[in-house]
Design a protein around this ligand. Structure first.
Ligand code: NDP
Ligand code: 8X3
Length: 252
């Protein structure tokens, strides 16, 4: 694929940065967004000469900032073909009755509301041009509960169902919607979840060949590269080292 304009949220690390690298092909135009500008600048430098790159420091929780970013895109970047709604995070792993309520707010504001803002503001152009693809990064946590997953899993269940509902609204257009549900992948995700505790984050991946960010970027690229009449609805992707567990039973 080339000649496409791709808008990526959360491009400063993990899946988003890997998507930037894999979509950085001659003729493509990449809009890379995240809160941290330094990693975006480094990525822009790394990818210079491969694709046209526009970076925007953006907090997806800020509705006006998302609107401003979309409204002020340079002319060459305005016709977005692919929106990769990737920005997101988990905070904490405490049980619901002990959790920090601010962490729940942050996850809802980022994973749900940020994704809503980007979608609502970018979708009208896609519908008007009758072409486009929204790729939403959900999680296995959207379908499979685990202790401490509480609101994080809830936000990802929103992403999965919102993706399906978008398909219903877009039926009759050529705009596609794909929901990717990755399992455990080694990125900055656990470092963020455990608030900078590197040792705790490393334990998550100990002795496991986890998914990599590149694995997920390849999956996104594959879904986007299907022929225009093929819509990949939902894809759940896990490491070979991950599977389900039996029901937990509490016994007296
Ligand atoms: P990383 O922590 O490596 O990357 C997360 C990205 O999201 C960063 O670029 C971060 O950028 C960005 N981000 C976070 N908050 C905001 C915000 N308010 N505004 C804009 N950007 C934001 O994690 P992953 O790459 O692993 O996570 C990417 C997505 O994949 C998330 O939605 C996550 O929930 C999901 N996921 C991750 C899995 C995993 O095991 N790693 C598995 C399943 C799903 P910055 O801090 O610069 O703003
Ligand atoms: C990230 C995967 O299992 O930590 O969405 O929720 S998990």
């Amino acid at each position: 694929m080339s000649g496409q304009t791709i808008f990526i949220t959360g491009a400063s690390a993990g899946f988003g940065a890997a998507c930037a690298r894999i979509f950085a092909q001659p003729g493509n135009r990449l809009i890379l967004t995240a809160r941290r500008i330094d990693p975006l600048l480094a990525l822009q430098k790394e990818l210079a000469g491969t694709a046209d790159i526009h970076i925007i420091p953006l907090d997806v929780r800020d509705r006006e900032a998302v609107k401003g970013a979309v409204d002020s895109l340079p002319p060459a970047f305005r016709e977005i073909d692919v929106l990769i709604n990737n920005a997101g995070l988990a905070l904490g792993l405490e049980p619901a009755h002990q959790v920090n309520l601010d962490d729940w707010d942050t996850m809802v504001d980022t994973n749900i509301k940020g994704l809503m803002y980007c979608t609502r503001l970018i979708l009208p152009g896609m519908v008007a041009r009758n072409r486009g693809h929204v790729v939403n990064i959900s999680s296995t946590a959207s379908s499979w509960p685990y202790p401490g997953g509480n609101v994080y899993g809830g936000t990802k269940a929103f992403v999965t169902q919102f993706s399906r509902n978008l398909r219903c609204d877009l039926l009759g257009t050529k705009v596609r919607v794909t929901c990717i549900q990755p399992g455990m992948a080694e990125t900055e995700f656990s470092k963020v979840r455990f608030k900078g505790d590197d040792a705790k984050a490393a334990q998550v991946y100990e002795g496991v060949e986890a998914l990599t960010a590149a694995d997920i970027a390849e999956t996104v690229l594959w879904a986007v590269n299907r022929p225009p009449h093929v819509n990949i609805n939902t894809l759940e992707v896990m490491s070979i080292d991950q599977a389900w567990a039996p029901f937990a039973i509490h016994r007296e």
